[in-house]
Write a new protein. Sequence first.
Length: 195
Amino acid sequence: MNHMRKKALAIGIVSTALLSGCGQQAETPAAVNTAITPQKMADALHAVMEADRAVYTKLVINRLVKEEKVIKASEHWQDDKALPLPAQMFRFGAERVAESNSDFSYSLISSWPINKQNEPKTEAEASGLKFIEENPGQNFYKEESLGGKNYYTAIYPDVAVAPACVECHNDHKDTPKSDFKIGDTMGGVVIRIPL
């Protein structure tokens, strides 16, 4: 049984125990669908990340910065006593996950990065970005080997969800692209799960 299948079985058993309710008998592991594939796991992780990112962008940044104008958002948020930008919040979360030695990683990349560290770094990232840009609403999945380890790599479109997104990117002094609109794919979210 490979490493990922063992994890899927363990997650299935724990999920069954948690979902069975207090004092009720849980289903046996054989009765539980333990087929948590790397794609299902990546899709679930992305659903949480995308929801958090959209909520922060719409309910915090767009509302407080653009609509109510009570505070600014800035890439130099500490010096400017401002809110961190959504991309920075995303990166801070990814760094926190990395520090916790989790079995997965995630990042934000773009074909038009304002911050050069967000350029694609692998063949899978480059081809994945091209795919999601050319196929709106579709995700990209591929296995890749990095540093002698095999990973399931998923790339999801990072879509402009609020005016604050497009204005920040279009008006930034370092932007390589200044014609984004709401709904445009501005980059991609990369999730890697070890196999």
